[in-house]
Ligand binder design. Structure first.
Ligand SMILES: CC(C)(COP(=O)(O)OP(=O)(O)OC[C@H]1O[C@@H](n2cnc3c(N)ncnc32)[C@H](O)[C@@H]1OP(=O)(O)O)[C@@H](O)C(=O)NCCC(=O)NCCS
Length: 176
């Protein structure tokens, strides 16, 4: 993808050199849905960056001022015109509106350049920061799926199922 510039951010493909910053927030993922992406060390981060760099599904979010990678967005096409979207940011840069600024730019890109009709996100029921982000972006809460999926196991090795909310927004809602 071509890089997207906002007031404070650059959205671009992952590239060599991002590994240290990616490791900083994927060494201990905060959200259960990213537990499986946990990176052990810099070598693992470099491999992950290499994989991500080949895809437009993973978007690196960087500060324009320093170039530093502070988080990422994903957008996965479900043919013909729906995208599953999500976000994961370094907590060090939270609480300043940067995830909102990045996601707004991604939404505008998907609706206007990629001709998306519908965007949706899954959010765990206890992930209030992500739910607030969805609300700031104008996404509607469409449903709550009880014991929808499992990202972890209990002490006996049995899956722990979580309740998952779905949020979505249509192009005509974004335009409105
Ligand atoms: C979800 C996540 C991206 C939200 O991050 P965030 O820091 O709350 O979001 P933003 O960067 O947009 O910041 C918005 C917050 O900053 C506050 N803020 C402070 N100064 C601000 C400013 N100048 N401009 C805008 N917002 C500002 C807002 O009020 C808001 O806080 P609130 O939600 O308590 O009302 C982040 O928690 C995260 O990456 N979590 C781990 C991964 C994750 O959970 N992913 C989602 C899985 S479903």
């Amino acid at each position: 993808m071509d890089a997207i510039e906002t007031d404070q951010l650059t959205l671009r493909n992952f590239r060599q050199g991002d590994a240290i910053d990616l490791l900083a927030y994927l060494h201990q993922p905060r959200a259960s849905c990213f537990f499986s992406l946990q990176l052990e060390d810099l070598g693992a981060a470099e491999t992950e960056v290499e994989t991500r760099s080949k895809s437009d599904e993973h978007i690196a979010v960087c500060l324009r001022s320093s170039g530093r990678l502070i988080g990422d967005l994903f957008c996965i096409l479900e043919h013909p015109d729906t995208y599953a979207i999500g976000w994961n940011f370094n907590a060090q840069f939270g609480g300043a509106g940067l995830a909102t600024e990045a996601a707004r730019a991604l939404f505008e890109y998907l609706f206007s350049v990629k001709h998306a009709r519908r965007l949706y996100a899954y959010v765990e029921e206890d992930n209030y920061a992500s739910q607030r982000l969805c609300a700031r972006l104008g996404m509607r809460r469409e449903g709550l799926f009880k014991e929808f999926t499992s990202f972890k196991q209990d002490d006996e090795g049995a899956p722990v199922f979580e309740n998952t909310m779905q949020f979505a927004i249509l192009r005509k809602e974004w335009a409105g």
